[in-house]
Design a protein around this ligand. Sequence first.
Ligand code: HEC
Ligand code: HEC
Length: 297
Amino acid sequence: MPKFLKLSGLVIGSLIVLIGSVVVAIYGLSNGRIHKRYTVNPPAIVVPTDAAALAEGERLVILRGCGGCHGENLGGDVMIDGVPGHIVAPNLTKGKGGIGNTYTDIDWARAIRHGIGKDGRGLWIMPAQDFQTMSDGDTGQIIAYVKSVPPVDTNWGKSSFGLLFRALLVTNQADLIAAEKIDHHATVHAPTPGITVAYGQYLATTCQGCHGPKLAGGPFAGSKAGEPEPANLTPAGELKDWRETDFIATIRTGKMPSGRQLNSAMPWQSFSLMTDVELKALWLYLQSLPPTPTGGK
Ligand code: HEC
Ligand code: HEC
């Protein structure tokens, strides 16, 4: 065999060993975090049963986008199926394959506000970081509604995490497990609803999942091919020349003051269910933000 072939064989051999060790290291490091069990016992919250509470719970489920991942009928859905892993947003109903029959009210509160499953596992991708500050009242109404939806029979299998997700986790490139970051002992102090900056900030946790922690928009990991990036909502973005009426009209109609129709990647149809008080509070809060360059975290 010519010498250079022998040499390249050696190089390839070493590369394979190196890649192999990296893969083993990634699996080893991620396993601890994937299988970690959390013991959190949140205080009991009231789960109402009256018709008004159920209707408000349905509106909140739409505003919070639960159906975007768990399916419109909350019967679950496969979110990702491919090289990064197989990620299932489970069936939340009382049907076959659903969690509805096994979950107690405390289990619901623990999953929604703490990102922890009934088995104590830190839930993946479930955006509990956006829900952790939700008031007891809102959380109770959401639970009431989810418990009331018609049963759906589905079997999506279990979530599993491939090499790419594990690599993102161990290199802390993405916040995949909300329970790791949430302060599980914090008490929730939700502001009184009203046209205030504080209430606007409370509502804006619904926007941060896409528009970023500082609402400065920019690249978003959840964007599908061809979708625009979430916009910069701070006064450094296009909203700086808007008035309150422009903002409300944009959310209610999906049409911006410039006349451009918003892409459906911005769930304005869901947010059009917001009350005037909610939209005015949000506007006040957006106006109070420091101007931040697009993409600023
Ligand atoms: C961005 C997508 C997304 C959104 C939005 C979302 N979830 Fe989830 N949720 C998930 C995923 C994915 C899982 C499963 C995680 C896992 O298996 O590790 C999950 C898990 C859960 C669980 C635990 C289920 C189990 O198997 O124990 C509950 C309960 C739940 N979600 C309720 C909700 C509710 C209520 C809302 C709205 C307030 C919501 N989710 C919004 C993605 C989402
Ligand atoms: C699921 C992701 C997602 C969520 C959640 C979301 N947005 Fe958006 N938003 C987008 C995307 C994507 C765009 C860009 C759409 C386009 O350019 O057509 C956008 C654009 C906008 C715009 C237009 C601004 C501009 O300059 O183009 C406004 C206003 C806006 N969002 C407000 C909000 C508010 C307020 C919330 C929370 C109540 C929110 N968004 C939640 C994805 C989201």
